[in-house]
Design a protein around this ligand. Structure first.
Ligand code: C5P
Length: 231
């Protein structure tokens, strides 16, 4: 079989992770959550008492980070030093601080190299997918990490739709107060992330999928149509 590589970028609350997992499941591909790597780096650095604005110390710690990811889209795993941190990396504390670590350019260089190695491994005969390929999602996969991917998608949604989705996910409701409480985790974080990655406008050759008016199943179906057309 010819290995397939699919890159999906988008802002927070766009539904990238759930859509990417569903696409990977449906096509029998591996799934790489690159946001989880930046989150794990943040947890790792915070756990060692390193000041997040100490660029050199942060980058040095991330270089040695013992991170292992399970690329199974049915139950993706994240382990730091052998410990399951899948829940810990989603804490409000990590979410609030992750942009500080992700805007460290040496950290980006280290994680980009690891991402690239994982993508290449899934395109070769070994790996989780046994050479079928991979869906990798994040902020700079279509542009920097895998601009050579077979299919590249920018998944967008209106700010209103993204805030409501995140609020439902985190607070279980999308009333006004709950939605407002998500602004720092969504709008401010995207603004900070945008200083080092470009995920609001599709780069050349990248297909935009706007999910503002689509439900989850419709979005997955639309993504699979894009894959079928461009792969
Ligand atoms: O997608 P998720 O919300 O889990 O991403 C967490 C953070 O990781 C983002 O806010 C961003 O700071 C960083 N990130 C990045 N580049 C990527 C993926 C994530 O900078 N490719």
């Amino acid at each position: 079989v010819h290995p397939l590589s699919i890159a999906i970028d988008g802002p927070s609350g766009s539904g990238k992770s759930s859509v990417s997992k569903a696409v990977a499941r449906s096509l029998g591909l591996a799934y790489l959550d690159t946001g989880a790597m930046y989150r794990a780096a943040t947890l790792w650095v915070m756990g060692r008492g390193i000041a997040l604005d100490d660029q050199v110390a942060v980058a040095r710690a991330v270089k040695d980070m013992p991170l292992v990811q399970v690329l199974d889209p049915v139950s993706p795993g994240v382990e730091l030093d052998g410990i399951d941190v899948a829940d810990a990396i989603r804490s409000a504390d990590v979410t609030t601080n992750v942009s500080k670590v992700a805007t460290n350019l040496d950290v980006r260089g280290e994680l980009r190299a690891r991402q690239r190695a994982i993508i290449d491994q899934e395109r070769a005969t070994g790996g989780f997918s046994a050479g079928r390929g991979i869906v990798a999602e994040g902020r700079d996969i279509t542009t920097v990490v895998a601009p050579d991917a077979d299919v590249r998608i920018l998944l967008t949604a209106s700010e209103e739709a993204r805030l409501a989705r995140r609020s439902l996910e985190v607070n279980g409701t999308a009333n006004k107060e709950a939605v407002d409480s998500m602004r720092d985790q969504v709008v401010r974080r995207d603004r900070d992330d945008s200083t080092v990655t470009q995920f609001t406008v599709a780069a050349d050759g990248v297909v935009t999928l706007d999910s503002s008016d689509l439900d989850f199943d419709q979005t997955v179906a639309a993504a699979l149509r894009i894959v079928a057309k461009h792969a």
